[in-house]
Design a protein around this ligand. Structure first.
Ligand code: IMP
Ligand code: MG
Length: 176
């Protein structure tokens, strides 16, 4: 298995991830039966989780992507940059916003508010990882969460450090 020197430890294996994502997909399938939700992935970090998750959701659905960034290296800059040019009209739609990780929750709270202003029927958030101890936006939580983790910087399964390590099939703890 390819483990770069910057990865200190594997936190979640490919097998553990597969099992958890399947359970999330099953829960979403139950919640959206008979509906046609629009899954919106937040690029680039959510790309890997997004493609695994949607293939575990067994109902009619559509997909879109938007782009957001707030990190430089392993530091949250606190400034959220959004490119929402690809967001379609979501009026009356049931939206599932898919993110890689909730950290301070600045990104997701800005995004959710932006989407709610477009009068959708509902907006729920599916997040692969959650670092509750890092929260800056009080009270923000995802509707579907893969795993809660401590205050660690992690890479792999779509998550990067300076654009690298997104290709690792597991979640690894990064050390600089
Ligand atoms: P937030 O706005 O602080 O919640 O930041 C969320 C974004 O920061 C995520 O979408 C990730 O792109 C990035 N991020 C936060 N923690 C990590 C991490 O441990 N590894 C890689 N990216 C992270
Ligand atoms: Mg991200």
């Amino acid at each position: 298995m390819y483990i770069p020197t910057e990865v200190e430890k594997v936190l979640f294996t490919e097998e553990q991830i597969k099992e958890r994502v399947a359970a999330m997909g099953a829960q979403i399938t139950r919640d959206y039966a008979g509906k046609n939700p629009l899954f919106i992935g937040v690029l680039k970090g959510a790309a890997v989780f997004f493609s695994d998750l949607i293939r575990r959701v067994e109902c009619s659905l559509e997909i879109e992507f938007l782009r957001a960034s707030s990190y430089a290296g392993t530091n949250s800059t606190g400034e959220v940059t959004l490119d929402v040019s690809a967001v379609p009209d979501i009026k009356g739609r049931d939206v599932v916003l898919v993110e890689d990780i909730v950290d301070t929750a600045r990104t997701l709270s800005v995004l959710k508010k932006y989407l709610l202003d477009m009068s959708p029927n509902s907006v729920k958030v599916a997040c692969f990882l959650d670092k509750p101890s890092r929260r800056v936006v009080e009270g923000f939580s995802a509707d579907y969460t893969g795993f809660e983790i401590d205050d660690l910087f992690v890479v792999g399964y779509g998550l990067d450090c300076d654009q690298k390590f997104r290709n690792l099939p597991y979640i690894g703890i990064y050390h600089g």
